[in-house]
Design a protein around this ligand. Structure first.
Ligand code: TYD
Ligand code: MG
Length: 408
């Protein structure tokens, strides 16, 4: 059959009532689809799914929350902190797979949450709950039922320290959508990303804040991060893209004399290899040398617990590190407004164009950033530079440099 002859009905979607979650899902939950929600313990997976089910129940759909991890009482106590409709969600505290499948089949919800996939156990297999065989079996049997009955299922899964979904990693090809909930437990911000989505884009990210009454969507993230930016040496604002959405975040660096033979390179919210690469380019093409004698520790942090995974972050890392190393703040043409930047660094020291400069610049100007350093071709509003050296000379003019401030 030709593809043009294949009937394709528009996808029905069930809104969770949580805007950021719906956006990351591609517009809501698709009936009969399987979503894997991963994240480290305590990040807020149960809270997010409790809230979503509450909203869906409040909108008049049948829901079911299966808890293999907490007792029904514990789930109730959490729901009490959320909305009144969260208390309307039926809960089943059960770890036996067959009992769970029976309950799903007889209750026939539109949306079902399994919290977590690692706690259910099939009596037909000998392995312990959470083992690869068990997790695979649990997911496959639930999927069969979900597809047959058009039930949208959210499987909650824990991740290991290195970020891989323990056990559930084997589920990634099976499910329709893999969502990752990340952030630092001690900090309020949480970020939800789609790593795979058969029904939407994987570029979208949603930002939340954990508060007393559950997770709250952060819609004015740029404004907050810009207001909190310190403008001290080592700080710069990055005009980043989170999927289709611009986001201004502060990137901070600290350069300090090291007592270790192997100086430290510590990142948070960034890829460690990216820092290594930018440091090498800074040394070779930017004249900012951080060792080997004397050795320096370098710390770089994306403030607020946000993760940046796009190439445009390179220039922000370079400027933050150079500013920290020299001990002078990045100069803004209109102080006290903070200076912004974006751009990718090439291995030969050139500053490379990155996607959506117009959206980044618009966001920067909306939040009062003065002079955004950007690669050539980014637009009239930008202060364009075509090499790292040029960018450094604009952001950290030689007259204001205090070398040796690090060694002091
Ligand atoms: P939880 O959703 O249980 O995390 P996970 O299921 O990913 O392990 O929630 C984690 C933390 O969130 C918990 O330590 C308490 C906190 N929390 C709040 O701060 N406010 C709230 O309203 C709720 C429900 C939880
Ligand atoms: Mg939980």
């Amino acid at each position: 059959m030709r593809l043009s002859q294949v009937a394709a009905a528009p996808l029905a979607r069930l809104q969770t009532g949580i805007g950021e979650l719906d956006r990351v899902l591609g517009g809501g939950l698709v009936p009969g689809s399987l979503v894997l929600l991963g994240g480290s313990p305590g990040i807020g997976k149960s809270t997010l799914t409790n809230m979503a089910l509450g909203n869906i129940a409040g909108a008049g759909h049948k829901t079911l929350y299966v808890s293999g991890e907490e007792s029904a009482e514990q789930v109730r106590l959490r729901a009490e902190r959320l909305s009144p409709s969260a208390l309307e969600v039926p809960v089943l505290a059960e770890t036996d797979l067959d009992a769970v499948l029976d309950a799903i089949a007889s209750h026939a919800p539109s949306v079902c949450v399994i919290d977590s996939v690692q706690t259910l156990r099939s009596g037909e297999l000998s392995g312990a709950p959470g083992s690869v065989g068990q997790v695979r079996e649990v997911a496959a049997r639930i999927m069969d039922l979900a597809k047959a009955r058009s039930i949208a299922v959210v499987l909650v899964g824990h991740v290991t320290k290195d970020g891989a979904l323990a056990g559930p990693r084997v589920l990634e090809h099976l499910v329709d959508c893999v969502l990752q909930f990340e952030g630092e437990r001690e900090r309020p911000y949480r970020e939800l990303r789609a790593l795979k989505n058969r029904f939407g884009s994987t570029n979208e990210a949603g930002l939340f804040e954990m508060r007393q009454g559950g997770l709250v969507e952060v819609l004015d993230a740029s404004a907050r991060f810009v207001a909190e930016a310190t403008r001290a040496p080592g700080s710069v604002v990055l005009a980043a893209m989170e999927g289709s959405r611009p986001l201004l975040v502060e990137v901070q660096a600290l350069v300090a004399a090291s007592e270790l033979e192997q100086p430290r390179r510590v990142v948070s919210g960034l890829d460690r290899n990216r820092l290594a690469l930018v440091l090498a380019i800074l040394g070779r093409h930017g004249g900012v040398k951080l060792g080997p004698q004397p050795p320096y520790d370098v710390f770089v942090n994306v403030v607020g617990g946000v993760r940046v995974e796009e190439p445009g972050v390179d220039l922000a890392i370079a400027l933050a590190v150079a500013s920290a190393a020299r001990g002078v703040p990045i100069s803004s043409p209109h102080p006290p407004a903070p200076c912004g930047c974006f751009g990718e660094l090439g291995l030969t020291g050139e500053l490379r164009w990155v996607g959506h400069p117009e959206r980044r610049l618009a966001e920067a100007s909306r939040h009062g950033l003065a002079g955004v350093l950007a690669p050539a071709g980014s637009g009239e509003q930008a202060q364009e530079a075509s090499t790292l050296r040029q960018a450094l000379s604009i952001a950290l003019p030689a007259g204001r440099t205090r070398p040796a401030s690090v060694a002091a």
